[in-house]
Every structure is written in C-alpha cells, then in structure tokens.
Design a protein around this ligand. Sequence first.
Ligand SMILES: C[S@@+](CC[C@H](N)C(=O)[O-])C[C@H]1O[C@@H](n2cnc3c(N)ncnc32)[C@H](O)[C@@H]1O
Length: 196
Amino acid sequence: MTRWYRERKKDYYYREAKKAGYRARSSFKLIQIQKRYHVLRRDGIFIDLGASPGGWSQVAAKYGKVIAVDIASMAPIENVVFIKGDITSDEIIERIKEHVVMADAVISDASPNISGNYTMDQARSVWLCENALRIAKEFLKPGGNFVCKIFEGEDYPEFFSKVKENFRMVKPHAPQASRKQSSEKYIIAKGFVKRF
Ligand SMILES: C[S@@+](CC[C@H](N)C(=O)[O-])C[C@H]1O[C@@H](n2cnc3c(N)ncnc32)[C@H](O)[C@@H]1O
C-alpha cells in the first residue's frame, strides 16, 4: 500500500470521527471489534483502561455504564465515571472497587509513550497488558470479555498463552482502523473462566 493511500485512509477515519462526534479515530477500532466479536453486551458494565481522550468510552457508553481509567485527564462523558490513575499501581483495584463490583468486559487500549526503542516500547506494552489482565481477573464476571492492545514482539506469545488460561476463546485481531504500518494488535478474549 502506498504512503499516499495510507495517509488518505488515516484522513478518512479522522474525518469520520469528527463527523460522528468521536474524540479519537480509535473509536472505529472498537466499533470494528464490536461488530465482529460482540464484546460489549447491552446494559453491561465496562472498565476502559488507558481511556483518554475517551473515544472508546464514548462507544462503550452507548451499550452501558463505563468506568474509565487513565493517567492523563479526560473530559466528562455521560454514563462514564473517570478515574485518574495508573493501571500498574497497587491501589488501582481499590479505586475501581469504589465504583464497580463486577464487570461484563474489561477493554484496554493503553499504550506506553513511544521512546523509539522498539524492544523497550514492546516490553512496556506487555507490562500494561499484564496489568490490564490483572484488573480483568479481579473484576470480570464469569463469561466476561477482555480486549487488550499489545505491540507484537518477543513477549507477545507468552502473554497470549497466559490470556488463554482464563478465557474460552482468544484471538489476535488487527483492526482496519489501525494504521497499516503499525505493529499493534488487539487480543480478543471471550468467556472468562476464573482459575486460582
Ligand atoms: C492510544 S491512547 C488511548 C485512546 C483511547 N482508547 C481513545 O479511544 O480515546 C493510550 C492511553 O494509554 C494511557 N496510559 C499509558 N500508560 C498508562 C498507565 N500506566 N495507566 C493508565 N493509562 C495509561 C495514555 O495516557 C493514553 O491516554
């Protein structure tokens, strides 16, 4: 695919996001995931990790109640409770518990600040995923769903296997709305099974 075509496509999602009132083009990634995998159920409770500026929360809030977490601030959205916090911190579980006991889905689009050193960025991405999985295991109802953005690389297969231990169906997904040159993937995991 030529750079020209890629840029046009980027502009396409950017324009569509603006038109639809979404804060980020990333909203379309969740819309595409939802269309294909039905991870958000009607009237559900969802925990959105790495939520700012709120594109995913806007989509999820159309289905139910959202608890959104990010280290960066986020402007209010109806039906969304925002927690400013670090998903890798010890206290985040207690802070989320102030708002929700159990969730139907935990969705994470959290990404590290890109340093340009791919090995380091990939390791940080997996660290965010490990923490997203920790939060998912704490809050998901039996049968609940988990979506997690991850940069492909050395630690990816091990993390993928770890997710498989707790879910009936686990698949990698590359949304069309991701930039084609991107190495990001989403792990889609359905049917949470609690194991100790
Ligand atoms: C790609 S953006 C998310 C976009 C969002 N899903 C949307 O649709 O608007 C990645 C987010 O991850 C957040 N993030 C990175 N590390 C984090 C951490 N340790 N705890 C919470 N959020 C984190 C960043 O602040 C950033 O807002």
